[in-house]
Design a protein around this ligand. Sequence first.
Ligand SMILES: N[C@@H](CCC(=O)N[C@@H](CS)C(=O)NCC(=O)O)C(=O)O
Length: 214
Amino acid sequence: MRLTLYSAWRATGPYRLRIGLALKGLAYDYVAVDLVKGEQREPAYRAVNPQGLTPALDIGDGQVLTQSVAILEWLEETHPEPAILPGAALDRQRVRTMALIVACDIHPLNNTRVGRALGKLGVSADDNLAWMQRWITDGFDALEPMVAKHGKGFAFGETPTLADCCLIPQVYSANRCELDMTAWPAIAAVNARAQAHPAFQAAHPNRQPDARPA
Ligand SMILES: N[C@@H](CCC(=O)N[C@@H](CS)C(=O)NCC(=O)O)C(=O)O
């Protein structure tokens, strides 16, 4: 199966999926979508993902998958080892809860298109930054005790899970938003551990072909 990932180097949705693909040891071709230029809204990309969002994963035979968490779940079903979901139903529920706090409750409020829409309404760059920080703070405040309780190196347990696939890109985004991670020591510790893991290193924005100097 030849995989083609439509990605953008700093965007957290594609970053989640790059982590999952690296954890599963799956190679892929990389197609960069320039979100700053707006390539995601052009007809050529809408033909790939009509929603105009990244990531998209072309798995061949005319099949293109979208929505990062749904793609990660598909990866887990089709490539079960190494597992990114634990064996027990209750544990899986906890991991999905952590992942969805990021994917449903933080990220959608902070997406590029939301920032663009706020800007069109006259929101200043400073207020936009405060907006981003507010939603990340809310989410991390909720996640911190969960990670402290369930994490043993990674967000849930000793090995990377779907929760880490979502959390680590969100920490990257928090850093870009100038948030001080000392408020969330358990999350910061998981992030430090992940940065030393080869799959997370391979998936890092700076390692992508479309990476630009900061
Ligand atoms: N829920 C979607 C979110 C996808 C999404 O919003 N992707 C962002 C990058 S992280 C994007 O392509 N934004 C382009 C835009 O907002 O115009 C997923 O998880 O795949």
